[in-house]
Write a protein that binds this ligand. Sequence first.
Ligand code: ZN
Ligand code: ZN
Length: 585
Amino acid sequence: MRKFGLLLFISSTIACSQPEHKLVELIDQNVEFEKYASSFVDHLWKTFPSWATGEGMHAYDSVLTIYNTAKRAEVRAFIDSNTARLENVNLNGLSSLNQIDYYLIRDYLLKEKFYLDEMKGGQWNPAQYNLGGQFFAVLSYQGHSLEKRLTALNHKLDRVPDYYAFAKKNITKPTLVHTNLAIAQIGGSVSIFDRSIRDSVAKSELTNEIKGEINGKLDAALTAITDYTKWLSDELKPQVEVGERSRDFRLGDSLYDQKFKYNMGSSFSAREIYQKAIERKQELHKKMYEVTARLWPKYFGQTTVPKYKEEAILRMIDTLSYVHAHRDSFITTIRAQIPELVHFINQKELLTLDPDKPLTVRATPEYMRGVAGASISAPGPYDANAETYYNVTPLDHYSEKEVESYLREYNQYLLQILNIHEAIPGHYTQLVYSNKSPSLIKSILGNGAMIEGWAVYTELMMLENGYGNNADELWLMYYKWNLRTVCNTILDYSVHVLGMNEVEAITLLTKQAFQQEAEARGKWNRVQLTSVQLCSYYTGFYEIVNLREEMKRRKGERFDLKEFHEEFLSYGSAPVKYISMLMLE
Ligand code: ZN
Ligand code: ZN
């Protein structure tokens, strides 16, 4: 399957009737580049062992990395040597898919350098020093026997005390929110060492001597973690609270712009996307009011439409939210909608769906349940034969009140949009397409804005093509949903760059994005702890719509939506700007 891109390239080269010796030379460049890309991945995992574990590559499970001076020099050498290696690649000799891999590696190296030299999260984010996740990822890997996993952990445990000693030295100017997060999360990590790993040791067939050795190291690790937590809450936090050696959680102009550039891989700047989002918000408000006014007599009879537009829209959304599935029928309702989506897409010829890859809807497994929600769980690059599922969290653990609020949020209309986004033709369909041109680089370094942007784009595209019979009710809910991604972008930029405060943020979300107070509070919490990531949905959406309009403009009557979708998806999870470059060529 890795040869797919290469074969395509040969046939197109032959079509151009290149001289034969030239053809051979070009093929060699692709072969050589693919060899390099594969050695790059080996080098990447050697440099970042816990990332490897997270991707399902378990050769480095026994290594614990401490980002001290020596390690930072190693990372810098990794960046430099690969950057130099890329300079020798002749881009013109590469197939489209290999060109994208080239750009992904190049941009990733620039991003890594930015994190190393400027972001320096290790100095201000105490929550980065949480080992629970990576120890659990080693412990829970089913591909190795329990004894093999514990042997890896036995080695990995050696450096835990040094790891926390380094953390205390390296954190110089933390933010208060990340200090609080570190204190809140550390309990989860304690239970992984003290319970999950210890219980596994007891159950294993290791010798008593080895068991004793691991238990001794677990004691030392727990002492180090407890000491770190105590240091955070008794020494560091009081200093941060009075403003001594503390840092604002807001990234500020310069860091934000760069982080946006490296993480979004967009051809637009953060500021440009922010301005587009402001325009889109106004457009959506206008549309929402028009739809509300049209629907008003149907739901409120003779009563006049409220004078304040926001109030009218809010009342209409509230009324429509009463139509929803029920606790016990939630998953069945979702399951029943999937074939309807498939039928609609086939009938309207929007894109080809692979009939051999039906989607399985299941109740989210216990170990994955956090908050209520829906998600796609797809096999990682090292586990490509595993099944793909649409996980829907059952509502049986929630109180009557929580269930009602959740079901009203995911009412009959919104639930359809959610299914489009998560499943068909959103995330699931994109994934099926990207697996047709498998590339380790694309799956490891894939672009989040393209992936989210595609899912958000399909919501609009389905409605534009008449899904749901153009019902005003569905459109209104769609606008509200789209407004959420738009306001996420506005919020993120406003808070991190323009200095927006909590009161202003809550007002934006409740009054202008029509969100419930609880949802708005959660979002305020998230925007303090993360940055840029909230922009990925709207950024990718905006770029895809833009590309489509440009293609329409260029092709005129020859433009074909199905062809556009299929070509767009054939490049894998690449930044929209590179897909655009290749499609507009
Ligand atoms: Zn109800
Ligand atoms: Zn998504």
